[in-house]
Design a protein around this ligand. Structure first.
Ligand code: FEO
Length: 179
């Protein structure tokens, strides 16, 4: 059985993960309409990943006797200045998510629910990877420079990264892993 405090904290995280999925969906749509099909592909896969992060928590909470609540969500912005702007916002958002996961972990420890803390550990590790990947992407976009040629090459690189990301997601079972 799960405590009320943990149930509430996990439900808040469910909302954040679902919101992340929608934020990246808006970014993917912007990239698709602004000449960055590779970046759009990467962001569409990221959208799926966030949805899986959300679903894992829904199942975990229900399996432990809590009740997962599916929340209403604010509309994400669809206006961006540039590809750098998009990924700066991605990084800022992931740093916020990392902090929220740490808070969730602290709630689990505070309630002496080491089973939940252990489950949340997966998200802590995942956040290290997410932040690292996005910092690398930002470095590469900055190296490519603002010229069209550089950004065109970078977008091709995104296609390769999106293919690898999609394959990793499929290998991990994707949505089936938590169904
Ligand atoms: Fe589920 Fe990107 O944090």
């Amino acid at each position: 059985m799960i405590t009320e405090n943990i149930e509430k904290a996990i439900n808040e995280q469910i909302k954040r993960e679902e919101h992340s999925s929608r934020i990246y969906l808006a970014m993917a749509s912007w990239a698709e309409r602004n000449g960055f099909p590779g970046a759009a592909g990467w962001l569409y896969v990221q959208t799926e990943e966030e949805r899986i992060h959300m679903l894992k928590l829904v199942h975990y909470l229900n399996d432990r006797g809590g009740m997962a609540i599916i929340p209403a969500l604010d509309a994400p912005t669809s206006k961006f200045q540039s590809l750098v702007d998009v990924f700066q916002q991605v990084l800022k958002h992931e740093e916020y998510i990392s902090a929220s996961i740490n808070e969730l972990y602290a709630v689990c420890i505070g309630e002496k629910d080491f089973t939940s803390a252990n489950y949340i550990q997966w998200y802590i590790t995942e956040q290290i990877e997410e932040e690292k990947t996005i910092r690398n992407i930002l470095d590469q976009i900055n190296l490519a420079g603002p010229e069209k040629g550089g950004l065109f090459m970078m977008d091709k690189e995104f296609t390769t990264m999106a293919t690898a990301k999609r394959a990793a997601l499929a290998q991990s079972g994707g949505a089936n892993a938590i169904a």
